[in-house]
Design a protein around this ligand. Structure first.
Ligand code: 1QQ
Length: 385
């Protein structure tokens, strides 16, 4: 009987033994550090690391430093789920930045949502991400807002464009979402979509698709894929003789694609949710320090990852002023943090942003850039007026 009482007491103790928040404050970063998706995730790692240093040099959260905990998601759903679970239960983070792909977010985000852990998507742009649940928000504007800008700019650069081919990766949630926007925009602009071609993100031979494009004799090709497959597709298009304009989507929005399509990357038009020229004082300081460290201007994925970390920190500062973070229980802080994220306004490198009730980012400024290759390896994104 005595042992039974002891066991019962122990059990009760462990149930009520609530966990406090640890310091430095752990924020989880679950992005792709391996696989082809690391072509995109690498810039997010850099942006997040830079945010940690930049923010801690300015006192962290009202004097308490932050600590980023990285869990590699790889490029698939299982990797993202595993990374999220580790961050939630083992690393006990206050919130998560990630994952890299919408395809991963649709599997991993529900796990955080059920555990009541806030998620800020740094690069998930497919339709429906913030609607996954109340704990899911994103700093990455959706394809419906970003992608049409590329089509409008392509038409401004070449008003004679009439005939279009659209290609997309059918096994990727972002690509299928983005192609929907591209196809609708093309119709809205009075263009003729003469062929729609599908491929897989794992494909490396695009002869079938390129042949269909050449047969359709179009003057604009719009590709929704990821950096490796998208880059190879563009390369093969050019090698087989396509001479017209090319729009690439957000999955091709990285200079890490340059080694894939090499000089054939030249001329690709890509819409941007970030520009280093964004004039706010916050962005200009970010650009100055980032450029000093990395010898190049911050790319979109780095700026968005930085922004996601900053949003956590700004929201934590507000909470800490009301009740010191060290006094919070972790589970309660996660819930309060989610509420505060959605309530706040943030002065970020993307400009002033906030969130709607679903967690969709509210952002004002968007841009379009064009890839300019200097040689087979080096090139830049030139922002268009
Ligand atoms: C998404 C994206 C990615 C291609 C960006 C890295 O926009 O999956 O939603």
């Amino acid at each position: 009987m005595r042992t039974l009482t002891a066991i019962l007491a122990l059990g009760l103790a462990s149930v009520s033994l609530a966990e406090k928040v640890t310091t430095p404050l752990p924020i989880g970063i679950a992005v792709a550090q391996t696989s082809n998706t690391a072509l995109l995730g690498q810039e997010q790692v850099i942006g997040a690391r830079f945010a940690e240093k930049y923010i801690n040099a300015r006192g962290g959260v009202n004097g308490t430093p932050i600590r980023l905990v990285f869990q590699d998601t790889g490029g698939d759903e299982a990797g993202a789920i595993n990374a999220f679970q580790n961050l939630i239960t083992k690393d006990k983070v206050v919130g998560i930045v990630g994952p890299t792909l919408s395809q991963q977010a649709f599997s991993a985000d529900p796990i955080a949502d059920r555990a009541k852990v806030p998620v800020l998507g740094p690069s998930n742009t497919a339709k429906g991400i913030p609607q996954i649940g109340p704990f899911i928000a994103r700093v990455s504007a959706p394809v419906s807002v970003v992608a049409p800008n590329a089509v409008r700019t392509a038409l401004r650069l070449d008003p004679k464009i009439k005939k279009v081919a659209v290609l997309y990766a059918q096994n990727d949630a972002f690509s299928t979402s983005e192609t929907g926007t591209f196809q609708q925009t093309a119709k809205d602009q009075g263009l003729n979509v003469l062929t729609v071609q599908k491929f897989l993100t794992t494909d490396s031979d695009f002869t079938t698709q390129v042949t269909a494009v050449l047969n359709a004799d179009v003057d604009l090709v719009i590709v929704s894929g990821l950096a490796n497959d998208g880059g190879n597709l563009v390369k093969q298009l050019r090698q087989l003789g396509y001479k017209g304009s090319i729009i690439g989507g957000n999955g091709m929005n990285t200079s890490n694609m340059f080694p894939v399509c090499q000089q054939f990357c030249d001329g690709i038009i890509i819409a941007q949710a970030y520009s280093p020229a964004q004039p706010s004082a916050n962005n200009q300081l970010f650009v100055k320090e980032y450029s000093a460290q990395y010898k190049k201007a911050p790319p979109q994925f780095a700026a968005q990852a930085f922004t996601a970390v900053q949003v956590y920190v700004d929201a934590l500062k507000v909470i800490d002023r009301k009740k010191k973070l060290a006094e919070w229980e972790l589970a309660d802080l996660r819930v309060e943090l989610n509420t505060q994220i959605l309530a706040g306004k943030y002065n970020t490198p993307l400009g002033v942003i906030s969130f709607d009730k679903d967690g969709e980012v509210q952002q004002k400024d968007f841009y379009v850039a064009q890839i300019k290759m200097k040689d087979a390896k080096t090139g830049t994104f030139v922002f268009l007026k």
